[in-house]
Design a protein around this ligand. Structure first.
Ligand code: GLA
Length: 729
């Protein structure tokens, strides 16, 4: 079992296959100190690292300098306002109006397996796969109990953490901050990696040196957003894909978040992650509890690539639940970029017909099939089939598509309401709004107040009714604007601060209901592209649309940032038409195919209109998908070169777990005048095994291919790509 408690020294030791995490309870007051996180160690008594022997230091021996102790002690879960001046993890407003809180240890439980987090997405594992430590803490002054939860997995170098807070006093308490995880460490000349972007430019990697003060990434959009991401990694100076230490945090949550690091006067770094405390408060009546979302911690001594592979394994094995999680997804064709709002039954059938002949397996009907939705100004909320467009109704269309041997999928945006909709005219109060203030529109739409049960039930029924009416096997659940102006008629004044989190809980409840009622459904989440591509949504849908930018070159960077944490099996990626609708660039159809193969794969174009030579390539791409998708979905991901960094070419590789096969994708974004071939070194192969490299004569050992590398010939022109398949003998 991966968790041990050493009673005499009061030490908790958590082991994953290659990492150790250690805490100790110190002094008479039972402070919980963070002792070590890093490569796996066999020794456990490292209490000297907590400096408690450097007398007089601990409060019981030196109460005149209690603040000095509080302000430098590497604490496991930091309180607030009681002498530690670094940003804490938890804050309350007591009946008396005070905010101080200090948690100390009372007892603990250790058990095999992992409990569910009520109402929240979280990693899971059976009794043989993981074990859990619950450390029960209290603040006796407040009458507040807190359970710190840690789960370690037998097969992945990751630790899942969260906290549950209970009011055991006789008075109401108000939580104003409850983060999910905290890590106090000495600074190792850290550099910080975070992800940023905008619409159609999601999750670009930023790397900066850590300096004194605080650096925070956060969202107040009600979703993580295109702009920021609930992820941070601190890496030792000069860390590469293959070498160096990495401490990473990711939040399994789809709403407002905060991730922050703070370098203090003593050169210690505090890294924290959780729900954004801005615009957050939560009323706790006596005996009530609050469960914070789960944070995932990954340590890698093998550089950024090691971190990536741990996240991928954890999410593939212990987070994604869909029946499709270990299966090839049907190759889909989506009509959004093909037709936008201008389609009807005949048009869709003509696309499906042509697509089915080329080997495409599912037609997805995107926005515009309901109400008077002929543009994006109206009708969200009116989820009745527009039979003027869909003559013969939805069932007829689905049957016709099924007759072609294809599955049928459909688009929804259930969380939204257009001011110009029958729904809004009937229920104007169902949209979030602050009394007396006209809410700001985005894409001419408002957000439904899903925190109200009647609204949530209505929105759910709209989706479910359509799904019950025909053989629909896939849903794209979209969300095309962030939240603002939130105010709800469903909650009293003192609880309006709960709305952002309640909204996320409502969303989770609706999606849980959906996949329970339709257990075989393939659900793909989406938010104006990839604004809600997060670990929380992966609990409900095995794939998420990565970005509205389908340009092959832009996608290299978007997919690099996304795959830093999330498995390729989850990345919605399609081949679209050119000039690209987001950036106007023209790239070869072949390259677009190679880039989309790194994700779920599909098409987003009018297959009846594209050039004949492009159309002729589709069956080959379909065959490649069928040949390589098991490897891409299940293998270990290695980044060889980054176009985002070198502004010239991109290269990544997926190696099967048994190291018997590998697929290298290479995109020469910019041609060079010298027209020399380029050397790349493969990664992750079995050094002693012999391999054949497609396109090369001879047989080579893995170490040769990894150390000496292979030459990739120059290709005439920009945006040229190729894939190289490597197989063991
Ligand atoms: C969002 C999605 C697109 C498409 C449109 C429809 O932008 O990301 O793929 O579904 O909405 O309005």
């Amino acid at each position: 079992m991966g968790i041990k408690y050493y009673e005499q020294q009061r030490i908790y030791k958590l082991d994953t296959p290659r990492t150790s995490y250690m805490m100790a309870v110190v002094d008479e007051e039972n402070f919980l100190g963070h002792m070590y996180y890093g490569e796996r160690l066999e020794d456990y008594d490292l209490t000297y690292l907590l400096r408690t022997g450097e007398a007089p230091f601990v409060p019981s021996e030196n109460s005149r300098e209690r603040c000095s102790f509080m302000d430098c002690f590497p604490v496991e879960y930091a309180g607030h306002g009681v002498g530690d001046y670094r940003d804490g993890c938890i804050r309350v407003r007591s009946k008396g109006g005070h905010s101080g809180i200090n948690l100390t240890v009372v007892s603990h439980d250790i058990y095999d397996g992992k409990k569910k987090l009520e109402g929240l997405p979280a990693t899971f594992g059976g009794e043989k796969e993981c074990s859990t430590l619950e450390i029960h803490c209290e603040d006796a002054v407040l009458g507040l109990k807190a359970t710190l939860m840690y789960t370690v997995f037998e097969d992945v170098d990751a630790i899942a953490r969260s906290i549950k807070v209970t009011n055991v006093s006789e008075e109401e308490l108000c939580l104003t901050k409850v983060l999910s995880a905290c890590l106090d460490m000495d600074n190792k000349a850290f550099e910080r990696i975070t992800l940023h972007g905008s619409w159609a430019r999601e999750r670009r990697i930023q790397r900066q040196k850590v300096g004194y003060g605080k650096y925070a990434v956060s969202s107040l959009r009600g979703e993580p957003g295109h702009q920021e991401h609930p992820f941070m990694a601190l890496v030792t100076e000069g860390t590469t894909q293959d070498m160096g230490e990495v401490y990473a945090m990711n939040l399994v949550y789809s709403g407002n978040f905060l991730v922050q690091e703070e370098l203090s006067q003593f050169d210690s770094v505090r890294m924290e992650i959780g729900i954004n405390p801005d615009d957050f408060s939560w009323k706790l009546n006596p005996q009530e509890s609050f469960q914070a979302p789960e944070a995932v911690l990954v340590y890698s001594a093998e550089g950024i690539g090691g971190m990536t592979r741990s996240f991928h394994d954890l999410y593939r094995k212990h987070l994604i639940r869909s029946p499709y999680k270990d299966k090839k997804r049907p190759i889909l064709i989506n009509n959004w970029e093909a037709t936008y709002f201008d389609f009807d039954t005949d048009k869709l059938i003509s696309i499906a017909k042509q697509a089915s002949e080329l080997g495409i397996e599912m037609l997805v009907m995107d926005d515009g099939w309901f109400g008077r939705r002929n543009n994006d100004d109206c009708a969200l909320g009116d989820w009745q089939v527009n039979e003027e467009k869909l003559k013969g109704g939805l069932e007829y269309l689905v049957k016709e598509v099924n007759k072609l041997g294809m599955k049928f999928g459909i688009w929804f945006e259930p969380e939204m309401i257009s001011p110009d909709s029958d729904l809004y005219r009937a229920h104007p109060d169902w949209a979030f709004a602050i009394p007396g203030r006209t809410p700001a529109m985005a894409r001419q739409q408002y957000v439904l107040d899903l925190t109200r049960k009647e609204v949530r039930d209505y929105a759910y029924e709209c989706v479910a009714k359509i799904l019950r009416s025909a053989n629909i096997e896939y849903v794209k659940w979209d969300m095309n604007r962030p939240l603002c102006d939130i105010g709800s008629l469903g909650l009293p004044a003192g609880q309006q601060g709960e709305l952002y989190h309640r909204y996320v809980l409502a969303l989770y409840e609706m999606q849980e209901r959906l996949i329970t009622e339709f257990p075989t459904l393939l659900l793909e989440n989406c938010s104006g592209g990839g604004a809600r591509f997060d670990a929380g949504m992966l609990y409900y849908s095995p794939q998420i649309w990565c970005s509205d930018d389908t340009d092959a070159v832009e996608r290299l960077m978007i997919q690099e940032g996304t795959s830093l944490i999330y498995p390729l099996s989850a990345m919605g990626a399609h081949v679209s038409d050119c000039p690209n609708h987001a950036v106007g660039r023209v790239t070869p159809f072949e390259t677009r195919g190679y880039v989309a193969l790194a994700g779920t794969f599909g098409y987003e174009l009018d297959v009846t209109k594209i050039p004949e030579e492009d159309r002729a390539m589709i069956p080959k791409q379909v065959a490649m998908y069928h040949k390589y998708n098991d490897l891409v979905r299940e293998g270990d991901y290695y980044r060889i070169a980054s176009y985002g960094e070198n502004q010239s070419y991109d290269c990544y590789e997926v190696v099967s777990k048994d190291k018997r096969e590998a697929l290298v994708t290479y995109v020469q974004v910019l041609n060079r005048p010298s027209r020399h071939s380029r050397r790349i070194c493969l990664k992750g192969l079995d050094a002693a095994a012999k391999y054949r490299v497609e396109g090369m004569d001879g047989v080579y050992r893995g170490d040769t291919l990894m150390k000496a590398g292979i030459q990739i010939e120059n290709m005439w022109g920009d945006f040229k790509g190729k894939i190289i398949y490597v197989t063991a003998l």
